[in-house]
Unconditional design. Structure first.
Length: 181
């Protein structure tokens, strides 16, 4: 397993929790994005499409087992999470183009809050901003969201959530937890 090293010499991993997107859905979103004919930004690779739940940032590699153990005890939704990505937005401060839901399911908000609370004892800082579920289509995006010929209308059903490691532009799943029975 590849690990980055901090200046102090301690290995770390760049981690985040996310809802994965099924292959068929990734292909459909990528095809729809092509129809936007974007002239700005760097498209996110289709295989990296996901909906971030909680970004942890750089974490000491030795903490990964404790993080997983804390999440093992987390109360999770008793059914798969389903949300509709139906809004195309440009986020100027982050310079990204995203798909987001008009409505966020309460169970999704509860899951994110539960993750935050479970990881507070490990030094994971509480998020300063309100959680906004989104799927990033393009980074380094400048300008207004383009007009789409076909409105976005993507149902994402998540049957699990995943702890990912971000390594050199690729996302590697480290652990998964089921949602629902």
């Amino acid at each position: 397993m590849v690990q980055d090293i901090r200046p102090s010499g301690a290995p770390f991993k760049r981690l985040f929790f996310a809802l994965p997107v099924a292959d068929a859905q990734r292909r459909a979103i990528a095809q729809w994005r092509r129809g936007l004919e974007l002239r700005s930004g760097k498209p996110v690779p289709n295989e990296n499409f996901h909906l971030t739940l909680l970004f942890l940032g750089d974490v000491d590699a030795a903490q990964v087992p404790a993080i997983c153990a804390a999440v093992d005890n987390l109360a999770r939704p008793d059914a798969p999470l389903r949300l509709l990505l139906d809004q195309l937005k440009a986020w100027p401060r982050a310079n990204v183009l995203v798909l987001e839901p008009q409505d966020t399911p309460a169970a999704l908000r509860q899951l994110v809050y539960g993750l935050q609370q479970a990881l507070l004892p490990m030094g994971v800082a509480e998020q300063a901003r309100e959680y906004r579920p989104h799927l990033t289509l393009s980074r380094e995006f400048r300008g207004q969201a383009p007009e789409a010929l076909v409105a976005p209308d993507f149902f994402v059903t998540a049957r699990q959530f995943t702890l990912y490691e971000s390594r050199k532009g690729q996302y590697w799943p480290l652990a998964q937890w089921p949602l629902g029975a």
